[in-house]
Design a protein around this ligand. Structure first.
Ligand code: NZQ
Ligand code: ZN
Length: 388
């Protein structure tokens, strides 16, 4: 069992009617606020007006950057960094989903760098600092509200790359489940698939870690499996949205990882799909995950799949391990594609095998993905083919 450091210094305001704390919290970091948001959902829902009112009430100076794309582009990061330098911004306020929060984090880092932000994403130049980021989450999925990661895309090079820096962890996050009532069925389903994947990427590991953390992960998985369908049927069900929201944060804030060191498997494969085809992250993960499971299931991995099937889906633990394991994968597929209603194959998205070779090479970065089972580029290509 490996040791680990756990340090997540995000102050979380969870629940309804917490926005009166926004102004005082922002003021702790200075006077000049850059509000970062996406394609306009926050204007439609009325959240934008509420946020602006709080900023004005606090007597802060407000600047704006809108139009952050799902799968945020480096061009938006460069634009945001330019505004930060020009207006001497003190604090970034991200209002939106993972894309907006990720963008704010990279903007905060790029504000300290007088060049192309892509240099920071590709690690050509190390990140040295980051402006403070405050977030108001509107979509339960990525956990960006409580972690150090930022995933940025470059359409010119077909790249999507994640970076992390301790300074990028949001200082304060407002998690009001009512802000997710308006998330579409499709994005709710994709968000649920993303949360599930964040847990599975850690759960399935060659490292034997803490029994306690396995129990937490199984509980988080059961939570998402219980409440995602409720949120699909009743978008304004507070209990369902609250459970999904808090599960999204805890699935990827470092807690469940404990001392596990292994790489993730489905995320590097999915990031190539998003990079080449600009698809929704959670959808790519939903299509890949059951195929990856089938691919890596063998005598050496069966015990963990059996545990997953029995403890998460209640499969009879007296069944033969291989039978139970396969049943677990089948039930997960049914959940993702039938219950959540996500598309089952890449072909349905109009994706063929044209770029699979290049995508697989990129996913492996010239080596192997050292996850639950090591995957070389041929393995990755085979998994992409299983998704057609
Ligand atoms: O842009 P707006 O108009 O806000 O609309 C968004 C967008 O179209 C909409 N939306 C968000 N909240 C809404 C809403 N619509 C109605 N009502 C609301 N309350 O939903 C669409 C998708 O938003 P986006 O932010 O792209 O979704 P998500 O939160 O899933 O973020 C995905 C991005 O995060 C990265 C992904 O790769 C992808 O780029 N990830 C970030 C991670 C991290 N920081 O740790 C880890 C993840 O594994 C992931 O890679
Ligand atoms: Zn993810």
């Amino acid at each position: 069992m490996n040791g680990f450091i756990y340090h997540v210094p995000t102050k979380v305001y969870f629940g309804k009617n917490q926005l009166q704390n926004l102004g005082p919290e922002l003021k702790n970091f200075g006077r000049r606020v850059l509000l970062v948001y996406g394609g306009g959902s926050i204007k439609k829902t009325g959240l934008y007006d509420k946020v602006v009112a709080e900023i004005e009430k606090a007597g802060l100076e407000l600047y704006e950057l809108s139009g952050i794309e799902p799968n945020p582009r480096v061009t938006s990061i460069n634009e945001g960094a330019r505004i930060c330098r020009e207006k001497q911004i003190d604090v970034l306020l991200a209002v939106g989903g993972g894309s907006t929060i990720d963008a704010a984090k990279s903007i905060g880092a790029a504000a300290y760098y007088d060049g192309d932000a892509w240099d920071l994403v590709t690690r050509k130049v190390p990140i040295t600092n980051c402006l403070p980021v405050v977030s108001i989450l509107t979509l339960a999925a990525t956990g960006s509200e409580m972690n150090a990661n930022s995933v940025i895309s470059n359409l010119e090079t077909n790249d999507k790359i994640g970076v992390a820096h301790p300074g990028m962890v949001p200082k304060v996050s407002f998690l009001d489940p009512t802000n997710t009532f308006t998330v579409s069925k499709y994005q709710t389903a994709c968000g649920a698939a993303d949360i599930i994947s964040h847990i599975l990427e850690v759960y399935f590991s060659p490292d034997h870690d803490l029994y306690m953390l396995d129990q937490v992960m199984e509980g988080l998985l059961r939570t998402v499996i219980k409440f995602a369908p409720v949120a699909l049927e009743e978008p304004d069900n507070y209990e369902a949205r609250a459970n999904l929201m808090w599960a999204s944060s805890w699935a990827i804030n470092g807690f469940i990882r404990g001392g596990k060191q292994q790489a993730w498997s489905c995320h590097p494969m999915e990031h190539q799909l998003s990079a080449y085809y600009d698809i929704t992250h959670g959808l790519g993960l939903a299509i890949l995950t059951p195929r990856w499971m089938e691919y890596v299931l063998d005598e050496t991995t069966v015990a963990k799949f059996q545990q997953f099937a029995c403890n998460v889906f209640g499969v009879d633990c007296r069944l033969e391990p291989m039978v139970a394991a396969k049943k677990g994968i089948e039930i997960l597929s049914d959940f993702l594609f039938d219950t959540l209603g996500l598309q089952r194959t890449l072909s349905e998205l109009g994706i063929d095998d044209t770029h699979f070779h290049d995508m697989a090479e990129k996913a492996c970065r010239g080596g192997v993905i050292n996850g639950f089972k090591p995957l070389n580029s041929q393995d990755v290509e085979s998994i992409y083919r299983m998704c057609l």
